[in-house]
Ligand binder design. Structure first.
Ligand code: ATP
Ligand code: MG
Length: 646
C-alpha cells in the first residue's frame, strides 16, 4: 500500500495524556449540541453574568449565550493572575533580527491595562472601531486585548497590505483610531509601515488619532503629524497600570476581520464575544491538546483569522505559552523555523501547506540540522494539504511520532470545524477527519441531498446547524451575508462555505478545494486538489495550481501551472512525463492538457493559490480583483508567458 493510503494512529502514550481520549465525546455532543457547547462555555470561561438562553436561532442569524456577560480580555488574562500561571510566560517573542522578549501573564495584563487606559484617554469608547496595522509582535496582541477589554471592535490588517488595501478596510470599518508602527522587519529589510499608513490616511478618512510603535528605531525617518500621531511608548509611560475590565454582553462585537480574498473582494466578517471565545477555547484545548507545559507556536500572522483564534484568543484563554516570531522562514537561512523550535523547545507547531511545500522544495538538510524532538503535535491550515506534503511534515518535522491535525475552517467559522482529535483519530494524509464535537456538517449534491459515503462524486460541504463562533453578519452588509452563505440551500437552512468535499466509507471528510474551482471535464467532476496532489507527488514538482479552461468539446480542459524543485530543469519531456504521471495516478480523464512551468504561482498574501486569476489568464480575460495578491508581478509574468506559449 502506498504511504498516502495508510492511516496513522497516535501512540498509546500520546492518547493516554490527551485532553480528550474517549470517543464518547462525539455521541455526547451530537445528542445535544447546545447542551454540550453550554457546558464548554461554563467550564472553560469565566462569566460575570450567566446567560438566559444558549442559542437563539432566527435563520440565518444566531445569538449565543444570550443575556450572559463576560470580558474576553479578562478571560485571557486576569483569571490567570492567581496561582502558578501568574509568572508563566504568556508570550515569548523573537523578532527577525534576533531580539527577544518574554511577557509573563502578569506583564501582559499590565501592558493591556495601560493601553486600555490610553485608548480611553484618546476617547475610544465601546463599539468604536480600531484598525491595527502592525507586525506580528507583542504590541499587536496587546492592542487586540486592550480593545476587547474596553469593548472597542478591532480590525487587524495584515502588515503586508498596501496603502489602498489599508484605506479600503479603514473606510469600510469606519475606524476612529489606527495603531501602527514605524516599521517591521522582513528578510533583513525595514518595511516602512508608517509611510504606508500615512498614504492610506491621505485625503478624507475616519481616523482621528494614530498610535505609532517604535519597532525599528527609525524615529528620524518617521513623519509624526502634530495632534494626530502619538508614540506608543510616550503614551504608555504616563498610563495608569490599573484598569477594571468592563463586562460585555455575549453578543457584543469583538472584531471585524476581512477574509483573505482568494475568491474575490474581501468580506468584512463580524465576530462577537461569548460564542467566539467558547469556540476558540474549546478547539484549542482539544485539537491542540494544550497543556501548561507546552510552548505553542502558530506561525500565522496576527493579520489572519488563524492569528486571531490560534495565536491570541484560543491559547491565551487556555493560559498557554505562545511563541511569536515576526519574520520570514528563510531569513537569514532556510532553517530559521527549525532553529527557533530547537532554541525555545517548541512542542506544538501549527502552519500552512504553502509553507510546508516551500520547506520540501528547500530540502530536508535544513530541518535535519536541528533537534526537533520537543515537538509533540503538528497542525495544518489554509488550504487542502497534499498527501506528499503531509507525509513529509510527518517524517521530517514530526519525526514520525507527532499526530497531525489538518484543520478545516474559515474566517467566517471563527474556529476549527473539521479536524482530527489528536488522541483519538487514526489520521489519513490529506483528510481532515471529522467535524469537531458539537459541529454538524454534511456533504451534499447541488440539490442539497446528502451524498453516500465512499462515492467518487464531488460534493458540497455544508454546515447544518448554527455554532457558537459563527460569523454574525458581514459588516454593514447583511444582504451580502444572506446571499453569499445562506441562499444556496435556503430551503434547508444550510450554511454554504464554498468548499467541495467527499466522505469516504468510514465517514472521514476530504476537502477538495473551492466549489468554484472544481472542473467539469467531459461530464466528470474533477477536483483541482486531486490533480495538484498527483503532480506534487512527482519527484520533480514542488507546487502546482490546476484550473479548468473552457474547451469546445470537453467543456473544460485541464491546465496546470507547475513550480519545480530547486535544480530541476523544465523541458517538454518533463511536461509529457507529468501528464502521464497524473493519468497513471488518478485516471486518463484527469490528464492535464497544458502544463506551464513557472518559477512562482500567484498567491494571496496569506499564501493561498489564487486559481481564479489563473483562469482569467488561461481564458484571456481581464484579471479580477488583484488587491490581495502577494506579488502582482507573478500574474503579469504568467499572463505574458501564457499568451506566448499557447
Ligand atoms: P475569500 O473568502 O475572501 O475568498 P479565503 O476563503 O481564502 O478568502 P479564509 O477565510 O482565510 O479566506 O480561508 C478559508 C478557506 O481556506 C476555506 O474556505 C478553504 O477553502 C481553505 N481551507 C482552510 N483550511 C483548510 C483545510 N485544512 N483543508 C482544505 N481547505 C482549507
Ligand atoms: Mg472564503
Amino acid at each position: 500500500m502506498a504511504d498516502t493510503q495508510k492511516t496513522f494512529s497516535p501512540t498509546a502514550d500520546f492518547s493516554a495524556q490527551a485532553n480528550i481520549n474517549d470517543q464518547s465525546v462525539y455521541a455526547e455532543a451530537a445528542a445535544d449540541p447546545q447542551a454540550w457547547w453550554a457546558n464548554q462555555a461554563q467550564t472553560l470561561l469565566d462569566w460575570t453574568k450567566p446567560w438566559d438562553t444558549v442559542c437563539e436561532w432566527n435563520p440565518p442569524h444566531a445569538k449565543w449565550f444570550v443575556g450572559g456577560q463576560l470580558n474576553v480580555a479578562a478571560n485571557c488574562l486576569d483569571r490567570h493572575l492567581t496561582g502558578a500561571r501568574r509568572n508563566k510566560a504568556a508570550l515569548i517573542f523573537e523578532g527577525e533580527p534576533g531580539d527577544t522578549r518574554v511577557l509573563t501573564y502578569w506583564d501582559l495584563h499590565r501592558e493591556v491595562c495601560k493601553l486600555s487606559n490610553v485608548l480611553l484617554s484618546l476617547n475610544i469608547v465601546k463599539g468604536d472601531r480600531v484598525t491595527i496595522y502592525l507586525p506580528t509582535a507583542p504590541e499587536a496582541v496587546i492592542s487586540m486585548l486592550a480593545c476587547a477589554r474596553i469593548g472597542a471592535v478591532h480590525t487587524v490588517v495584515f502588515g503586508g497590505f498596501s496603502a489602498d488595501s489599508l484605506r479600503e478596510r479603514i473606510s469600510d470599518s469606519q475606524s476612529k483610531l489606527l495603531i501602527t508602527a514605524d516599521g517591521g522587519w522582513r528578510r533583513g529589510n525595514k518595511v516602512t509601515l508608517k509611510d504606508t499608513a500615512d498614504a492610506a490616511l491621505e485625503g478624507e478618512t475616519t481616523i482621528e488619532k494614530v498610535i505609532v510603535v517604535n519597532r525599528t528605531d527609525d524615529a528620524k525617518h518617521v513623519h509624526m503629524k502634530q495632534g494626530r500621531d502619538f508614540w506608543w511608548h510616550r503614551l504608555m509611560e504616563e498610563a495608569d497600570i490599573k484598569h477594571e475590565a468592563l463586562p460585555m454582553d455575549a453578543e457584543d462585537p469583538l472584531y471585524i476581520l476581512y477574509t483573505s480574498g482568494s475568491t474575490g473582494k474581501p468580506k468584512g466578517i463580524l465576530h462577537t464575544s461569548g460564542g467566539y471565545l467558547t469556540g476558540v477555547a474549546a478547539t484549542t484545548k482539544y485539537i491542540f491538546d494544550i497543556k501548561d507545559s507546552d510552548v505553542y507556536w502558530c506561525t500565522a500572522d496576527v493579520g489572519w483569522v488563524t492569528g486571531h483564534s490560534y495565536v491570541v484568543y484560543g491559547p491565551l484563554a487556555n493560559g498557554a505559552t505562545v511563541f511569536l516570531y515576526e519574520g520570514a522562514p528563510d531569513w537569514p537561512q532556510r532553517d530559521r523555523f527549525w532553529s527557533l523550535i530547537e532554541k525555545y523547545g517548541v512542542t506544538i507547531m501549527y502552519t500552512a501547506p504553502t509553507a510546508i511545500r516551500a520547506f520540501m522544495k528547500w530540502g530536508t538538510e535544513w530541518p535535519a540540522k536541528h533537534d526537533l524532538s520537543t515537538l509533540r503535535l503538528l497542525g495544518s491550515v489554509g488550504e487542502p494539504i497534499n498527501p506528499e506534503a503531509w507525509l513529509w511534515y510527518n517524517t521530517h518535522i514530526g519525526g514520525g511520532k507527532c499526530p497531525i491535525v489538518d484543520t478545516w475552517w474559515q474566517t467566517e467559522t471563527g474556529a476549527i470545524m473539521i479536524s482530527p482529535l489528536p488522541g483519538l483519530s487514526a489520521t489519513k494524509p490529506a483528510s481532515a477527519s471529522r467535524p469537531f464535537p458539537g459541529i454538524a456538517a454534511e456533504v451534499v449534491d447541488e440539490a442539497g441531498n446528502p451524498l453516500p459515503h465512499g462515492t467518487d462524486q464531488t460534493g458540497i460541504l455544508v454546515l447544518t446547524q448554527p455554532w457558537p463562533s459563527m460569523l454574525r453578519t458581514l459588516w454593514r452588509d447583511d444582504e451580502r451575508y444572506k446571499s453569499v452563505y445562506w441562499s444556496k440551500f435556503a430551503d434547508k437552512g444550510y450554511y454554504f462555505p464554498g468548499d467541495g468535499a467527499r466522505r469516504d466509507e468510514e465517514g472521514d471528510y476530504w476537502l477538495l478545494g473551492r466549489v468554484d474551482d472544481i472542473m467539469l471535464v467531459a461530464g466528470h467532476n474533477i477536483s483541482t486538489m486531486e490533480v495538484e496532489s498527483a503532480l506534487v507527488d512527482h519527484p520533480a514538482v514542488a507546487e502546482a495550481a490546476v484550473i479548468g479552461r473552457t474547451h469546445e468539446i470537453k467543456g473544460q480542459a485541464i491546465a496546470a501551472f507547475v513550480t519545480l524543485k530547486d535544480g530541476v530543469g523544465h523541458t517538454s519531456e518533463l511536461a509529457g512525463q507529468l501528464k502521464d504521471h497524473v493519468a497513471k495516478k488518478i485516471g486518463a480523464i484527469s490528464r492535464p492538457d497544458d502544463i506551464l512551468f513557472s518559477a512562482e504561482l500567484p498567491k494571496t498574501r496569506s499564501g493561498k493559490i489564487m486559481r481564479r486569476l489563473l483562469r482569467d489568464i488561461a481564458e484571456g480575460r481581464a484579471l479580477g480583483d488583484t488587491s490581495t495578491l502577494a506579488d502582482p508581478s507573478v500574474v503579469a509574468g504568467l499572463k505574458e508567458k501564457y499568451s506566448e506559449e499557447s
